[in-house]
Design a protein around this ligand. Structure first.
Ligand code: CA
Length: 528
């Protein structure tokens, strides 16, 4: 069906708007209000609503996203070539906890079926995860996982999957450098993700810098819930307070098969315990959701991210934990974050994380503008300021009640700012470490991104993408742009889908296709 020319202006103060029509609009296209395009404007790109003189502010989201580099008459195409990006806001003199969030009544009565763990956390899946201390063991563990899946897993029908927590850390690194704490605690906390039921088993090479006791110091692993604890049958295979470890260089191993058999024997012990886990009815407050975006376009901030923001508010009202991340995608809106901080300590922690990341980027002679991709720009996002304003919307309107440094584990409810790079894989990995039991991912350009450790619900920003990638996208938020549905409609649809997926009643598209990306650690410390 041919759609008449349509644009969306986000805020009444904006002097640019986004072209909605699939395929964009030609020169001469006339909108309902009489605005005529002076040139072709692609879908998702901006059109000037007023005459802009050189140096004038270009305003979207009621925020200055740039300055006109030349005179741009009404109806012109506004893209990255005709605007100059503003400087990032400073980190001094920011508004601190000044915004009182809107009154939001508690949302009660929503539940899901989850796996409750001994430490009180709740899993959405029942997965055996095999932790690796160093990359050297990765292929051996992959080999073992393939055999465990084919030979052992069929005997344990309550266990969903077996995953290897492979990574590229562990040796050849400056392990005593202060920032080495980031990758180390990330691997540790991933192993403790609620979906793994506290059943930690590790495979170590033996000579690596990241020794098992350094990765999992005594007392790290909570005591497992399983009543029928069968420690006795594990015999001499290495069970101790730090979890179970297979060390490939141990003299007991003669040949490759001996290593595989040791890993399989240990895996069987943990599979037996995991198999005793049962889903039970849990309040929605036990959800721990990580939200992020990737392959963003100008619709991200109009459709999918506002719908996620609405769902975020529902989750906070239900008493759940929701985290948003991606430092370079909030840096230009830091004042929005500090003003929404629940108290001055939270605001100080936000500023601390922004400063740390500014310094980190500076060490590499970069800044937050390194974030945007060619695809972002093709999708209509002129620069990181515009991208950031669309990204922050995922956080909804609630007060920010806590802050996590990269790789830290969440220990509180409410809206959390979990500082991470914006890289999809690294952000996802750090959110898994933070303890999410479900991940929500919005995309405009399209990405098959997913994780093996937690289900990933993917939300398309445009109907065109949802149509073409019908078996990869779980929800289409593009209907918001065309007026077929509202932000509230899609927000509720997403909230309900979260409960279904968390309960295991529904699989995500990526789960059905068994698509997932590798974990990618954030290592800001030197390698040797
Ligand atoms: Ca991302």
């Amino acid at each position: 069906m041919e759609q008449s020319p349509l644009y969306i202006r986000v805020h009444p103060q904006d002097n640019v708007a986004i072209v909605v029509n699939d395929g964009g609009l030609p020169e001469g296209a006339t909108f309902a209000d009489g605005l005529v395009l002076r040139e072709r404007v692609p879908q998702g790109h901006k059109v000037a609503l007023t005459d802009l003189a050189e140096g004038d502010e270009v305003i979207r989201y009621n925020v200055v996203i740039g300055y006109a580099l030349k005179n741009l008459p009404k109806g012109s195409w506004i893209n990255e070539h005709v605007i100059r990006m503003p400087s990032p806001p400073g980190l001094e003199g920011l508004p601190i906890a000044t915004v009182k969030p809107p009154e939001m009544p508690p949302l009660e009565g929503f539940t899901f079926e989850g796996y409750r763990n001994a430490d009180g956390t709740v899993g959405s899946r029942n997965i055996l995860a095999i932790t690796t201390t160093v990359q050297c063991v990765a292929d051996v563990v992959q080999h073992a996982v393939a055999r465990i899946k084919s030979e052992l897993l069929p005997r344990f029908p309550n266990v969903d999957d077996v995953v290897s927590l492979g990574h590229t850390y562990g040796c050849g690194v400056a392990i005593d450098a202060p920032d080495a704490m980031v990758p180390i605690r990330t691997v540790r906390n991933i192993s403790l993700n609620p979906n793994f039921g506290g059943e930690v088993m590790m495979v170590s090479l033996g000579c690596e810098k990241l020794q098992p006791e350094r990765l999992m110091p005594p007392g790290t692993i909570p005591i497992a819930t399983t009543a029928a604890d069968d420690v006795a049958d594990i015999g001499d295979s290495g069970a101790d307070a730090n979890g179970d470890v297979v060390v490939l260089q141990d003299e007991e191993h003669v040949g490759f098969q001996s290593m595989i058999e040791s890993i399989m024997k240990m895996a069987e012990h943990h599979l037996r315990r995991l198999n005793n886990r049962r889903r039970e009815t849990c309040p929605a407050s036990d959800l721990v959701i990580g939200v992020q975006c990737g392959g963003s376009d100008a619709f991200s901030g109009l459709t999918a991210n506002p719908a996620v923001g609405f769902a975020t508010d529902l989750l906070v009202r239900a008493g759940a934990t929701v985290m948003f991340s991606e430092v370079t995608e909030v840096r230009d809106g830091v004042d929005q974050l500090t003003s929404r901080a629940a108290n001055p300590d939270v605001a100080a922690a936000i500023i601390r994380e922004m400063q740390w990341y500014d310094d980190y980027l500076k060490r590499g002679s970069a800044d937050r503008s390194a974030n945007t991709t060619p695809g972002n720009k093709k999708g209509g996002l002129s620069n990181i300021v515009e991208k950031a304003m669309g990204s922050i919307i995922k956080s909804g309107n609630s007060a920010i009640s806590g802050v996590l440094s990269p790789g830290e584990k969440v220990r509180q409810k409410g809206l959390i700012y979990a500082a991470t790079p914006a890289s999809d894989f690294i952000c996802g990995t750090l959110q898994v470490a933070a303890g999410i039991n479900l991940h929500v991912f919005t995309t405009g350009r399209g990405t098959p991104y997913s994780l093996a450790e937690v289900p990933v619900i993917k939300v398309a920003t445009r109907s065109d993408l949802a149509r073409r990638w019908h078996d990869l996208m779980d929800i289409n938020a593009g209907t918001i742009a065309t007026g077929e549905s509202s932000i509230e409609d899609v927000g509720w649809e997403l909230f309900r889908l979260m409960l279904e997926v968390a309960s295991g009643r529904k699989q995500t598209c990526a789960e059905k296709l068994k698509l997932h990306n590798a974990l990618v650690l954030f290592n800001p410390a030197p390698v040797t």
